[in-house]
Design a protein around this ligand. Structure first.
Ligand code: CMC
Length: 400
């Protein structure tokens, strides 16, 4: 047993006078902190599941409502359940309180992830100033968040950057309506399906950083809206959801420089990545805490990338990037490398890439909030203090 603990970098430490503590690796790497029946990430990349179904199966075959229902309630919906659920999501999407739109009109041009966190907290103040923890109430608020958070992102972004926005249309599917509101243009059936599939791929993914943040906040018995705001804050970072935006910035730079040099992008990206690695910089859209061989979500996203505008060209660029990263570092691509190109093909503005991730992940966040709340234990690790001891307060005049 102690050999195993040593191998995974876990130890038991006795601190005189304080007792025994379990010391786990930095970043909680390889640490299981709780059970969940919502999703499981398979390190081999072969069997990553949402409630028992592989993520590839759902990404290819389910629609937004089916996948969201499955993640929320644990089973795929029957026809009747589907109709009821779809009606509710579409109803709430078109019922964002007018006060929220009014508030969004005041926001400055900034990163749209701020708009989502702000909007989630506004919804909480309006819908749930007194939070309750009964099951029906939780599921009711989950639907409101799934339906309305994306509208807030799209409206706030377009208001701040274009001075206008599109209101939701309840008769369109959720995915179609979101894509229309974000881009303010029409899309083909294939484009809508590609977008919908990406939302499904992003819906949940075990105890990733933002979901863990949501569960930590939920474990304090704070409300679901506050917990989702914390999830958005965590997702914003470039090591997590922010990576799809950063990956696109890389592709755009490669596109520009390759054109200036008159060489194909798939040729130039190799040189570009090698230089980045030589400078010890990270290449966004590569690497994952759990997947060390393959991120299965990339296969589904690749299918759509290839079918959309300039798909085969972009696919070649992605493959060239994957090859050089694998040869140099043995690091595989993650979903964000593929969705970066996919969203570019769908005319989604680059700063909206991470908000789109949140539009899918809000399903997982709220499901984890409910799972945590219904079997709660405050998440509160302990620390090992290594700072100075025994100092005594001195008045300012005596300090140097
Ligand atoms: N580019 C270059 N080097 C990398 C990368 C990368 N993308 N990812 C990991 N490494 C290197 C890292 O420099 C380190 O090398 P060394 O041991 O020589 O110092 C080694 O690999 C281990 O890295 P780590 O950060 O300790 O490993 P981790 O398990 O904590 O990393 C990660 C996970 C996602 C933070 C990291 O792979 C990364 O920074 N990737 C880029 C950001 C990114 O694409 N994030 C999206 C993740 S998937 C979608 C999501 O869930 O958000």
């Amino acid at each position: 047993m102690s050999e195993l603990l040593k191998k995974v970098n876990v130890s038991i430490e006795e601190i005189p006078g304080l007792g025994s503590f379990i010391v786990v690796p930095k970043g909680l790497e390889q640490v299981i902190t709780d059970t969940t029946s919502i999703s499981g990430v398979d390190p081999r990349g072969e069997n990553t599941l949402y409630r028992g179904y592989t993520i590839e199966d759902l990404g290819m075959n389910a629609d937004f409502y089916e996948a969201a229902y499955l993640i929320s309630y644990g089973t795929l919906p029957t026809e009747e359940e589907y109709k009821e659920y779809r009606k509710k999501v579409d109803y709430w999407r078109t019922r964002v309180p007018e006060k929220v739109y009014d508030a969004l009109k005041l926001l400055p041009q900034t990163h749209p992830m701020y708009y989502g966190a702000y909007g989630a907290l506004l919804l909480g103040q309006i819908y749930a100033p007194e939070w309750r923890l009964d099951k029906d109430y939780l599921y009711e608020h989950q639907i409101r968040l799934i339906a309305q958070l994306p509208v807030i992102f799209a409206a706030a972004y377009n208001l701040a950057y274009h001075g206008t926005f599109l209101r939701p249309e309840g008769e369109l599917s959720h995915a179609h309506d979101l894509l229309r509101m974000i881009t303010m243009r029409d899309h083909s059936e294939l484009e809508v399906r590609a977008f919908e599939s990406s939302l499904i791929l992003y819906m949940d993914h075990g105890f990733n950083a933002s979901t863990f943040a949501v569960r930590v906040v939920g474990s304090t018995l704070s409300d679901m809206y506050s917990a989702v705001a914390a999830g958005i804050a965590a997702l914003k970072g470039p090591l997590h959801g922010g990576a799809n935006e950063e990956a696109m910035k890389m592709f755009l730079e490669v596109k520009k420089k390759a054109s200036e040099k008159g060489v194909p992008m798939e040729e130039y990206i190799v040189e570009y990545i090698k230089e980045k690695l030589a400078r010890k910089e990270r290449v966004m859209g590569f690497g994952h805490r759990v997947y060390k061989l393959k991120d299965p979500r990339t296969d589904v996203a690749a299918e759509f990338v290839r079918k959309l505008k300039d798909g085969e060209t972009w696919y070649k660029v992605i493959k060239a990037a994957e090859k050089v990263m694998w040869e140099a570092k043995r690091i595989p691509a993650n979903i964000d490398l593929y969705t970066a190109i996919l969203y570019y093909q769908l005319h989604i503005p680059v700063p909206m890439y991470t908000p789109v991730f949140a539009m899918g992940r809000v399903v997982g966040w709220t499901s984890h909030y409910i799972e945590q709340s219904l079997d709660n234990k405050l998440i509160r690790p302990t620390e090992k203090y290594v700072g100075p001891v025994g100092l005594k307060y001195q008045p300012m005049t005596a300090r140097r």
